[in-house]
Design a protein around this ligand. Sequence first.
Ligand code: FES
Ligand SMILES: [Fe+2]
Length: 391
Amino acid sequence: MSEIYKIIKKKKLDIVNKPIDQAHGLPNECYTSKEYTLIERKKLFEDKWTVIGTSSSLPKAGDIKPFDLLGLPLLIIRNKKNKIKVFHNVCSHRGVKLVTEAGNIRNVIRCPYHSWSYTSDGELVATPHIGGMNKHQTPKFDKSNSKLKEVKSYVWLDLIIVNISDNEIPFEEYIKPLDKRWSKFWNIKDRKLINHANDFGYFKLKAKCNWKFAIENYCESYHLPWVHPSLNEYSKIDDHYHIQGLPNRFAGQGTTNYNPKFKGKKKFPSFPNWPKNKENIAEYVALFPNVMLGIHKDHYYAYWLEPVDHENTLEHMEIYYVGEIAAKSDKFYHLRKQNHKLWEDIQKEDVDIIQRMQIGRNSNAYNGGNFSPDMDNPTHQFHKWVAKNIV
Ligand code: FES
Ligand SMILES: [Fe+2]
């Protein structure tokens, strides 16, 4: 066990778990140490259900996409039967990283080193000259033992979610508490209507900070009046309520006054079963470790984090509308454009402030900080989730 892990574990995590009025936040090392982040990779990402992409970004059979999780090379494939699969992106021969760019395989995935080739289901099907020149098979080598190593994966609301260590409960079970909470807004049929917009359905932001700041900031609405003055015009700080999932897997906040002002008279269609008396409610929930979700009567988004290292994060925003017409037709083009801009402007405001939190963590005088006992409860819940799972 590394020294840094011992230091963090012994002295500084217990205090995170204290009642909120006595607790401190996670210690600085959790944000500034490269070594610590590798422990997080195992405990908070590989051992948990982690988002690594979206199914709609691989629309055709044979589409492939590499994804590196803090240096761990993974490969997402839509196989010939149209199913999303995830593998370790490493050749079973001499360990070359197999795929470096997104694309479509017409036939097989061929390793660039000695041309061993794999199907979209990870079967090893070609091993040129393995038994000496022009001998492409040998009794000494059984191909069926050298498949690509598959990773347990699940597609939920278009998100590709993996449990790399294969140790967690099934995702259908894992997500039940949040599913139950949200069943008062939308049902299974409504969820099937979500449709990713091709034109204004995505943006990516680079945040020069640790990934955890994005989650802890998302959990609270305390910062709203100062960081998001335009959002605060229609959805004020006192319109918000806390969300703290049990068991502790998600936290966030909701508003009772979702009512954005867009130019023009058009309105997006709503989810058919969204109750009339809940039209102005929207909920913003961080599902730990790395995705921030937003549900509204007329759109849904998933804002997922790609941790690059301890101080760099990529934020991927995926926006969905109710049905194909709302998501893809010209009729709603201008509305989609405005909604995209609204979210991008808001998220940029957050990035500015969380980058400054990263700088603050270089101060030895800072002990993880104090929480507001009334405003920071969901953020404290996330800190507790980290403190519990990192040991
Ligand atoms: S390392 Fe892939 S074929 Fe040799
Ligand atoms: Fe914010």
